[in-house]
Ligand binder design. Structure first.
Ligand SMILES: Nc1ncnc2c1ncn2[C@@H]1O[C@H](COP(=O)(O)OP(=O)(O)OP(=O)(O)O)[C@@H](O)[C@H]1O
Ligand SMILES: [Mg+2]
Length: 461
């Protein structure tokens, strides 16, 4: 697209010569004799760069800069200034002007072209950054955190509520349940979204290294510290730090982190100076921290500090109702990512996905789908045989398996057992009633009681 420039000057010959130079560079150029006219053009069309005189009747150039920046932050402004007003030009740079040229312009038309080209470059960079941020923001919006079960809906609600506060959140859950995705959602829904989201994996960085990674160090703080180094907390200023696998943090560092959470100040290793930063902390763990506290492996005071708002991510097997939705969402993503055209899943493949217990949770599901999509390139549909090996084995009959929860009521046991037999018998009522040792009418009655509705035409009279 052709860059659009607006030239503002009450001196007609100046305006014309600048406009000519830019038109030669095949820019689209508008002209205005004063700030008021400039603003009315700005309100009608999108302008990439404004070149404006400083001293004009009505609003001056400085005021125009502020107004332009207020209306459209990404529009760049270049000022034209006589020697007497250089100071105002410098002042305007603080308000966001891109650069200034002194009049008469020493380098002539080429100089104008050059500054405009640089201003356009910066504008392009800024919009690219903004787009990237918007894409990221969209990526982690709730539409991408999929889940229709009540437990997931409740989690979305909590994310929404806590995002705008600075409260510390502790996310627990098995591997692959979406802990990091939730942490990002909190960040991108908060006022900190334009500032960094910094991930620190406390599990993969050894103890002493982790301390310097988090808090930074001064030159000479330890052997090998040849130059000073900014820590992650400092880099994340005004943003969010995500402390992943917090359960792996060693006790000395736990103490230092606690102090940081209380005071919001810290000092780099090898330095006494206290630095204050403004960060929000979100922590995650897949171990039972409360148990670690009991066993004396994790500081209780730190545990309470971190878990102001605890969020437990349920494993996928606790919410199988979300599986179909997740499959369609993740498969869409995988088709795009692998650049493969969409194709359907066979009923058996879907059924197997529903029965499987997904020990690796959503990450495992995501990988399984990618695997199946990649392996079925030459097939018309994605079938059972395209699924990864663990899914090839039929699910064990869950009924009365070891580890049956002893807290269940008799009704609940009956309800679950009926469901598992129905599933195993593919909802064939005669066979299921045979397995259960009851007649079909009784089975229908029980199905109705437990909300497993059956099509009316199948019912015995
Ligand atoms: N509710 C969800 N909807 C859609 N995708 C999800 C959801 N939860 C997780 N995912 C996807 O599953 C994968 C694993 O999620 P994530 O990395 O957040 O899990 P985690 O709990 O941090 O795992 P780990 O403990 O292994 O680090 C990611 O690709 C993520 O995008
Ligand atoms: Mg993770």
């Amino acid at each position: 697209m052709r860059p659009v420039i607006l030239v503002v000057d009450d001196d007609r010959s100046m305006r014309d010569s600048v406009a000519k130079a830019l038109e030669r560079a095949s820019h689209l150029v508008y002209q205005a004799p004063d700030a008021a006219a400039a603003l009315s053009i700005l309100s009608e069309r999108e302008i990439d760069v404004v070149i404006s005189d400083i001293r004009m009747p009505g609003l001056n150039g400085n005021e125009l800069v502020r107004e332009v920046k207020r209306r459209s932050h990404e529009t760049e402004v270049i000022l034209l200034t006589a020697f007497a007003t250089v100071e105002s030009a410098l002042e305007a740079m603080k308000d966001g002007a891109f650069d200034y040229l002194t009049k008469p312009i020493p380098g002539g038309p080429e100089a104008v072209e050059l500054v405009v080209a640089k201003a356009l470059e910066r504008k392009e960079l800024r919009s690219a950054n903004r787009r990237l941020r918007e894409e990221l923001a969209e990526k982690y919006s709730f539409e991408h955190l999929v889940g229709k079960t009540a437990v997931m809906q409740k989690i979305f609600h909590i994310i929404q509520e806590v995002a705008s506060t600075d409260v510390t959140v502790l996310i627990t859950g098995e591997s692959g349940t979406g802990k990091e995705l939730v942490a990002r959602a909190v960040h991108f829904r908060s006022g900190r979204r334009d500032n960094p989201f910094v991930v620190v994996d406390c599990g993969s960085i050894p103890g002493t290294l982790l301390e310097s990674e988090l808090f930074g160090f001064e030159r000479g703080a330890f052997t090998g510290a040849v130059r000073s180094h900014k820590g992650r907390f400092e880099s994340a200023d005004r943003g969010t730090v995500f402390l992943d696998e917090i359960g792996n943090m060693d006790p000395t560092l736990q103490a230092k982190l606690l102090r940081f959470l209380q005071e919001r100040t810290f000092s780099r290793l090898g330095d006494d100076k206290e630095t204050r930063v403004d960060v929000r902390v979100i922590a995650a763990t897949n171990v039972d921290l409360a148990l670690m506290v009991k066993e004396g492996k994790f500081r209780e005071d730190l545990f309470f500090r971190l878990s102001v708002v605890p969020l437990r991510m349920p494993p996928l097997r606790e919410r199988p109702e979300d599986i179909p939705l997740l499959i369609s969402h993740l498969a869409q993503k995988a088709f795009k990512e692998l650049n493969v055209s969409q194709k359907p899943f066979s009923d058996e493949a879907l059924q197997r996905c529903l029965e499987y217990d997904w020990p690796g949770n959503i990450r495992e599901l995501e990988n399984a789908l990618k695997y199946a999509i990649a392996l079925s390139q030459h097939a018309g549909e994605i079938g059972l045989l395209h699924l990864p090996a663990p899914l090839q084995r039929p699910a064990p009959r869950p009924a009365m398996a070891a580890g049956y929860e002893s807290s269940l009521s008799l009704d609940e046991v009956e309800k679950r057992h009926i469901l598992s037999v129905l599933n195993a018998e593919k909802w064939n009522i005669s066979r299921a009633s045979g397995v259960l040792g009851i007649n079909r009418t009784t089975l229908y009655k029980k199905m109705e009681k437990y909300g497993y509705g059956t099509p009316a035409e199948d019912r015995p009279a």
